[in-house]
Ligand binder design. Structure first.
Ligand code: PRP
Length: 215
């Protein structure tokens, strides 16, 4: 059997993914505290790669990884055509438009200034709504932008809402739900379907057995 290559995101999502694999008896060699970026599970013939969150889709889309676990926000943002095989039941959050309290989002013909790192998702969303926008691309600390007059609103991920609150902002509109998803390369999936489907079936079984918060 060929090795299956799995792309995981560093950070919280990677930890949750490793825990999930551990519970179905996969990836015992994964040590997220080490500096290593590649881990082999010889027993199950799986090679794990630890990547930056925003690079997981790129590796899977290009076939360097067969499957990956990444937030739906990243899949949408990438505009790639990877298969989305299975929604995972942890790490639930939302993509939102946020701004200062009472700020109007829709402004007839006026241009709305939107600060975000999710530029494609923001463009697609406001396009559908018929609101003209100017995108201000930022890579972090987007919450500062409305306060400092750089943008009218931000588009960002909201989980608990505490980052917004701490910066005097609130959700003005929820755009779409986000959860981690198992993605697969379109060609790789055809060749390794049995192995991939086997893993997903085990995860599904685990999800059915447990309260999702305990996975
Ligand atoms: C996201 C997002 C917010 C925060 C929201 O950042 O950009 O800053 O989480 O979470 P909350 O609603 O629970 O406060 P993340 O931690 O994913 O890291 P990032 O700075 O790389 O975007």
């Amino acid at each position: 059997m060929d090795y299956l290559t799995v792309a995981l995101a560093k950070g919280r999502l990677g930890e949750q993914s490793a825990e999930l694999f551990g519970k179905i008896g996969i990836g015992k060699s994964l040590d997220l505290n080490s500096r290593r970026l590649v881990f082999e599970d010889e027993e199950n013939k799986i090679k794990f790669m630890l990547l930056k969150n925003s690079d997981v889709v790129t590796y899977v889309d290009n076939g360097v990884a067969d499957i990956g676990i990444v937030g739906k926000d990243m899949v949408k943002e990438s505009l790639s055509k990877v298969f989305q095989l299975h929604n995972l039941s942890f790490g639930y959050c939302k993509m939102c438009i946020a701004g200062e309290k009472g700020k109007t989002v829709y402004r007839n013909n006026a241009i709305l200034k939107v600060a975000t790192k999710f530029t494609n998702s923001a463009k697609a969303y406001f396009d559908l709504k018929g609101q003209r926008i100017q995108i201000i691309t930022l890579n972090g600390s987007v919450e500062l932008a409305p306060k400092l007059g750089l943008a009218d609103v931000i588009v960002d991920i909201v989980e608990t809402g505490s980052t917004l609150r701490a910066n005097g902002l609130e959700v003005l509109e929820e755009m779409f739900d986000i959860n981690p998803v198992i993605i697969a390369n379109r060609i790789g999936y055809k060749f390794k379907m049995k192995q991939i489907d086997g893993i997903i079936a085990k995860i599904g079984e685990l999800e059915r057995k447990h309260d999702v918060k305990n996975i």
